[in-house]
Design a protein around this ligand. Structure first.
Ligand code: F58
Ligand code: PLP
Length: 832
């Protein structure tokens, strides 16, 4: 190799301060096209990202090559959402060059934090489900698992939330506006995806009945690859996102007059497919574009997976030994029918064999039991959009019901519940049933949720296939959520137990013995205080409200949803406000209530609750009679970047969903790992958090899932009686209903009050209110004793090791996927 070229090559990969600095200056000029005087922060962000990207490309290719050469079994994580957030700090710290980069920028006269701030937050997801997918990518790469993420490259991520006069207003989130330095477009990786048309029957070469899908519309799926850096930088996996392109017929066709403009319009419409993420965190009832998005990315991903498989194999017998496909909820469940179609129609595999291969390849994760969130596509829509798939689904269903008929012994109710088609009303395809039937394993995301799956939505399937349902309690990546987001605490932990915890979070257990060490407690508090100062400054910038750093930071951050019960929290805030006003001479523990979360744009009740929180905040924050002992803030535009500032600063973590309704929660894990004490119901993973941190170190209140079930079944709950017998609740509700918080429109909150009374209080806000207030009181009392509070906070951090997504992902790898770590070979490392 030419010596000059080689030295440039080495420089490109050098990880020391000088090499980084030289790269930055070169990239700024030659790729971003600016000189240092004219460069904006965003220019510097692009510069640094491109230079860092150089340093991971070799290892990325090494990783891919190793998987290929070893024909390793890969796992494919199919997800309509990846809520990744920013990538710069993540790449730097997983490559281990954070300090060098800071120093290199410092020498140029730049602060790395300003550069980091210029990166847009990639919000290709709604909430917990999308963020879990992002944590899993990090864990797969860190555990050296050959794992690929497949999804959609939405041009518009989750909307930006602003408050106008206290109401939520949505703005488009244009994260790609200035380009994305992390992605590699792959214009040559292009697959056709079809819609509409009809199915033709014919006789194949041996005279068997066969089918082909004809007269369909075609869209192309084009790949964009983003490297996923594992901790230490050894393994660099791939996230492949698909973007819709009109077919090349458009480019090469020639048109006359009107036809040209029609064709252009058609091209734009076609490419709308990957334009925008649906912003609902419940369900998208029957939206055709949503169904098309699901099929689009699933079909492209499956074609890509089969292409890769066929590089080493000439038939499909060993597909399940080489590929595990995980369905992140039912959004990609159409993949089961699509793989059947590809195998049977396109590759001539016999039906029964194709079905065995399909089932052995797929597995499915369920994330919710809420009936409105279980996907069910109208049969008529499916017949129109995906006619061949509808036929295949009928065929799967017929074979399955035939087999089950014998065992159901005349129990027609059972058969109709097992059916893939819901025959009640307009007929619908139950995607959960399809996902269950087409998978060899089906999992829930916390112990309680998995039990409830067995008892409720999948009870009949569980009886039919008792070994199929298993539990995989969620986890979170300690890299992003402790090492990167909380530098003061991370440094303190490392100073005492070394840095092994970053890759093996179980080691953090060693902190438990330090809970009794006064000096350590003081340092732990200092780290928390630093994070609280940072959050206080952020709150002031975002809302204009000044909060006391030494007040109890009581945090509820998550999507706005009635089952998550932000309403319960704000009612307690009103009650506390009243108590403080009634008893001005008491030395109150100062409390700052911090909320953040987006409501689905069409979810009116959730948006009304947002307005209520803002209205209550306005009154409370301006009332001198509470002497600043209570502040309420609702931070706008909750996303991963905001979460990284909030989680490390929380004292109290609100996990107060109606028991039985939150499948797991992952925010609960992030907060506890960062030393917040949980106030929560026995719901989702809170149950397991209690087991790990110990019941003395968590505030549990409220009805259990069984009690909720019994209460609803007995019909014996009357919210009006509960309200009448609780003066503080009654007073809070009266204040809302008489317009104390909405003098301009006293009736504004009528729908909320209505839901709590005549509506029967479905989410049991009133039923849990008294117990919740008691738990809040216990938390405030404990907070007075800072030594005791800190001791418990430390025990929370120390006992959260099990909730690493590394643990979760290794459980999937061994118990569902049968995928094993593969160490990449790095031949170029010698000249590093
Ligand atoms: C969440 N689901 C669960 N769905 O609510 C939460 O308990 C769990 O911790 C998390 O998954 C991870 O397992 C969730 O976030 C969605 O956002 C979907 C978006 C698309 C429409 C249906 C809901
Ligand atoms: N949204 C964001 C930005 C998050 O970081 C998380 C998890 O931490 C969630 C949503 C999910 O929160 P929860 O588990 O409380 O619903």
């Amino acid at each position: 190799m030419d010596a000059r070229y080689k030295s440039r090559e080495i420089e490109r990969r050098s990880l020391d301060v000088d090499g980084l600095k030289r790269s930055f200056l070169e990239w700024l000029v030659y790729s971003v096209g600016k000189d240092a005087r004219a460069a904006t922060r965003r220019d510097w962000f692009h510069t640094v990202a491109l230079a860092v990207r150089d340093r991971l490309v070799d290892r990325w290719m090494d990783t891919t090559r190793t998987y290929y050469q070893q024909d390793a079994k890969r796992v494919y994580y199919l997800s309509l959402e990846f809520l990744i957030g920013r990538l710069l700090t993540n790449s730097l710290s997983n490559l281990g060059i954070n300090d060098q980069c800071r120093e290199a920028l410092d020498r140029i006269g730049l602060n790395i934090d300003d550069v980091v701030e210029a990166e847009p937050d990639a919000a290709l997801g709604n909430g917990g489900l999308g963020r879990l997918a992002a944590c899993f990518l990090d864990s797969m790469a860190t555990e050296a698992l050959p794992g690929y993420g497949y999804g959609i490259r939405y041009e518009f991520g989750l909307f930006e939330q602003r408050f106008e006069n206290g109401w939520q207003v949505e703005y488009p989130e244009q994260w790609l506006q200035f380009g994305n330095p992390w992605e590699f477009p792959r214009p040559e990786v292009l697959y056709p995806v079809q819609f509409y048309g009809r199915v033709e029957e014919f006789r194949d070469s041996v005279g068997e009945r066969a089918y082909r899908w004809v007269d369909a519309e075609r869209v192309l799926a084009m790949a964009y690859d983003t490297p996923v850096v594992g901790y230490g930088g050894d393994t660099i996996n791939t996230l492949r996102l698909w973007s819709a392109r009109a077919t090349r017929d458009f480019n090469f066709g020639h048109f006359n007059d009107g036809a040209y403009m029609k064709a252009v319009e058609q091209k734009v419409l076609t490419e709308n497919l990957s334009r925008v993420l649906y912003p609902n965190d419940a369900t998208e009832g029957g939206k055709e574009l949503r169904l098309k998005q699901e099929y689009f990315f699933t079909s492209a991903s499956l074609q890509d997976i089969l292409r890769r498989y066929l590089q080493h194999h000439s038939n499909f017998d060993s597909l399940p030994d080489k590929a595990a496909i995980q369905l992140n909820d039912t959004h990609p469940a159409i993949g089961i029918a699509e793989l059947m179609r590809l195998l049977v129609d396109q590759h001539g595999v016999l039906w029964d064999k194709a079905w065995d291969i399909t089932r052995a390849t797929f597995s499915y994760t369920n994330h919710t039991l809420l009936p409105e969130a279980l996907e069910a596509w109208p049969v008529r829509m499916m017949e129109r959009v995906l006619p061949r798939h509808m036929q295949i689904i009928y065929e799967i269903n017929a074979k399955f019901l035939n087999r089950s008929k014998a065992r159901a012994a005349g129990d027609n109710g059972r058969l109709s519940r097992l059916s893939l088609i819901d025959e009640r009303g307009d007929r619908r395809v139950r995607m959960g049933n399809l996902a269950f039937l087409g998978s060899h394993k089906v999992n829930g995301v916390s112990a309680l949720h998995t039990e409830l799956m067995k008892q409720t939505v999948f009870a009949d399937f569980h009886a039919e296939f008792p070994d199929r349902i298993n539990n995989k309690t969620n986890g979170i990546t300690p890299r992003r959520w402790l090492h990167q987001a909380n530098p003061p605490l991370a440094a303190l932990i490392t100073s005492r137990i070394g840095n092994g915890w970053i890759k093996d979070l179980g080691q953090i257990k060693a902190l438990a013995e330090k809970a009794d060490d006064v000096v350590f407690r003081e340092e732990f508090r200092r780290a928390k205080r630093k994070n609280k100062k940072r959050l206080a400054a952020y709150i002031a910038r975002q809302t204009g409200v000044d909060v006391q750093v030494d007040s109890l930071f009581d945090v509820q951050v998550k999507r706005m949803h009635e089952y998550k019960r932000q309403l319960l929290n704000i009612l307690q805030a009103i009650a506390l406000y009243n108590e403080m006003r009634d008893n001005p001479t008491v030395a109150w523990v100062p409390v700052t209530k911090i909320f953040a979360g987006k409501a689905a744009p069409s979810y009116h009740m959730a948006k009304l609750i947002i307005k209520l929180i803002n209205d209550v905040a306005k009154v409370v924050n301006h009332d001198p009679s509470v002497h600043d002992n209570l502040k309420i803030v609702l931070l706008p535009n909750y996303n991963v970047t905001a979460a990284e500032i909030i989680m490390p600063a929380a004292d109290l973590s609100e996990q107060i969903s109606t028991a039985g309704m939150e499948a797991s929660g992952t925010g609960n894990m992030k907060l506890a790992l960062n030393g917040a004490l949980t106030i929560g119901t026995l719901d989702g993973a809170n149950v397991e958090i209690r087991e790990h941190v110990g019941e003395d170190n968590i505030f549990i209140f409220g009805l259990t899932a069984d009690e909720v079930n019994d209460l609803r079944a007995s019909g014996g709950f009357n919210p009006r009686e509960v309200i009448a017998s609780n003066p503080s609740l009654k007073r809070a509700l009266d204040m809302i209903s008489t317009g104390v918080f909405s003098p301009d429109d006293p009736n504004r909150y009528h729908p909320i009050l209505q839901a709590l009374t005549d509506g029967g209080d479905h989410f049991l806000v009133t039923a849990d209110f008294a117990d919740y207030c008691e738990a809040q009181q216990a938390a405030m009392d404990l907070y007075r004793d800072q030594e005791e509070w800190t001791r418990k906070a430390i025990l929370n951090t120390a006992n959260m090791g099990w909730f690493s997504s590394d643990r979760t992902i290794m459980e999937y790898a061994t118990e569902i996927w049968d995928v094993h770590p593969v160490k990449p070979e790095h031949p170029t490392d010698t000249d590093r």
